[in-house]
Design a binder for this molecule. Structure first.
Ligand code: BGC
Ligand code: ZN
Length: 362
């Protein structure tokens, strides 16, 4: 069968035509027909050889793709709650093998201590940009057929959901429940899905991003009741002045200089959530005294978050279903490009639009 792969040694992307179809490995396995796979910045970094790991042992390539919607075609005899025909989103990360890693042993490999976790389509395990996949049922997250068209957005939404679970936990430190002014940095898919999650959780949201209007991402932000501010029109200080006390910043750009500029305007009792993975640039000066003074004197908290657990996947499925009901056009308009498997390299090599997906099955 076909699989879309990156060949790190040859620095090439290509469709492999004779990739062996996977076999059911255990009585708790499921097999899925891949329907859609989303492309994101992580894929772009892997394909530009900036971020990446050796392919799975014995292979000269890595099958790409980690944002997947599939349809179950077969379940092992011990699988109880999934059946052929169900739609499901597979999780990305698999636990490390170290007995002492309490996070992985607790099924929370998204908090792995050792760094020896593996990630499908990213780190040492083939991904989902292929026709058929097999995996353990416990990594599957069922989705209702009503959101089939947009369900490929579940995995990128889990980033925001994991952030939000932690944010709500941390802000329990404020006995009155905190206040609810959020700023989202970046209007890509992770930013806009984060803005939706924050709106849905009752926050007033300002999306701060580069592009000037008219802009398709700005239109989506406004359609969900968020404000949109272009960083070309207003400085970080001006943006902050229009928001008031910033309670939560949700960063989704990977631009560290912007993040640290905005950290300097985080409000009293505020929480700054970082999700972007910056590239490697030379060190740049920042106002360490000012930042530390604010962190202490304003009770601020900075949180980095990566990957997601089962709870975040479940919240993402439930929330995407709600977003789809509340803002059907805004959610659909997040997906701006659809490509066949043969052309998978196009959206990876040329960033355009908001979310591009590869359509493999219907
Ligand atoms: C994926 C995460 C993954 C991270 C780091 C992101 O694009 O959504 O699942 O943990 O990259 O590899
Ligand atoms: Zn991704």
């Amino acid at each position: 069968m076909r699989a879309a792969a990156v060949f790190p040694d040859k620095k090439a992307l290509a469709v492999v035509r004779d990739f062996p179809a996977p076999e059911m490995k255990s009585p708790t396995s499921v097999s899925l027909r891949v329907l859609n796979v989303g492309v994101c910045g992580t894929d772009r970094e892997i394909a530009s050889f900036q971020y990446g790991f050796p392919p799975p042992a014995g292979s000269e390539f890595l099958v790409m793709g980690h944002e997947c919607l599939g349809e179950i075609v077969e379940v092992g005899p011990e699988v109880k709650d999934l059946k052929p025909g169900d739609l499901a989103i597979p999780m990305v990360r698999r636990p490390c093998d170290h007995p002492e890693c309490v996070a992985c042993r607790a099924g929370r490999q998204d908090f792995c201590y050792t760094g020896d976790y593996r990630e499908r389509g990213i780190k040492q395990m083939h991904g989902f940009l292929t026709e058929l996949i097999v995996d353990e049922a416990r990594y599957m997250n069922p989705v209702p057929p009503t959101i089939r068209d947009v369900a490929v957005l579940v995995e990128p939404l889990t980033i925001a959901e994991k952030g939000l679970i932690q944010a709500l936990e941390i802000q329990k430190r404020l006995p009155w429940g905190g206040t609810h002014q959020a700023v989202v940095l970046g209007a890509g898919p992770v930013g806009l899905l984060g803005a939706m999650a924050l709106r849905h959780a009752g926050f007033s949201v300002t999306v701060y991003s580069r592009s000037r209007e008219p802009d398709e991402s700005a239109d989506i932000a406004k359609a969900i009741g968020a404000k949109y501010i272009s960083s070309q029109d207003r400085s970080v200080e001006q943006m902050a002045a229009t928001v008031g006390n910033i309670d939560v910043v949700y960063e989704a750009t990977g631009a560290s200089h912007l993040a640290f500029d905005v950290l300097s305007v985080l409000g009293t009792n505020g929480l700054f959530i970082l999700t972007g993975v910056p590239g490697h640039h030379p060190p740049a000066p920042i106002d360490t005294d000012g930042i530390m003074r604010n962190l202490v004197l304003k009770n601020q908290c900075v949180l980095g978050t990566v990957n997601a657990g089962k709870d975040a996947f479940q919240n993402a499925v439930a929330d995407l279903t709600s977003f789809h009901a509340a803002w059907p056009d805004a959610v659909r308009n997040l997906i701006t490009g659809r490509f066949p498997l043969e052309k998978f390299a196009e959206p990876i090599q040329n960033q355009a639009g908001i979310k591009n997906i590869v359509e493999i099955g219907k």
